[in-house]
Ligand binder design. Structure first.
Ligand SMILES: [Zn+2]
Length: 145
């Protein structure tokens, strides 16, 4: 089970996620963050912005084939999925559905309100089912792959 205290996100990558969120609003948007983990700190290095095929304001789904393509690319680049960013109706706290998805996708979950994509909160679901807050650190350094 992974343990992560903080996630470092280059501002350029975050801008890409915010742009995707704004383009997708009022529907929920999802971005998949690939990178590396070292000493309980995740480093975001690449972001994928698939379409929410639900076109819904209260849920998101990525086409399974697109998802497979993304995961294959991440594997081939010697990275792993370090975070999943999505926007949803306020407040930016995991919903019951999010928690079930968090169980099968153990990485940092970044959530913003659909109306305020620039203000994400980070969470990790622990083995005991409790949520841990993960610090989000923005950087202007670029270590992009
Ligand atoms: Zn959600």
């Amino acid at each position: 089970m992974i343990d992560i205290d903080s996630i470092v996100i280059p501002e350029k990558l975050f801008e890409k996620m915010v742009k995707h969120a704004k383009n997708t609003a009022p529907y929920e948007s999802v971005s998949i963050i690939a990178g590396t983990i070292k000493d309980k700190q995740a480093l975001a290095e690449k972001v994928f912005t698939p379409e929410n095929i639900d076109k819904s304001t209260v849920s998101f789904t990525v086409d399974p084939l697109i998802l497979l393509e993304i995961y294959t690319k991440i594997d081939e680049s010697d990275m792993e999925v370090v975070g999943i960013f999505h926007t949803h109706p306020a407040p930016p706290f995991p919903s019951g559905t999010d928690k079930r998805f968090m169980e099968v996708n153990p990485s940092v979950w970044l959530i913003s309100s659909t109306s305020e994509p620039t203000k994400p909160k980070g969470y990790l679901l622990r083995e005991n089912g409790k949520l841990k807050n993960v610090e989000i650190i923005f950087t202007d350094k670029t270590t992009l792959k």
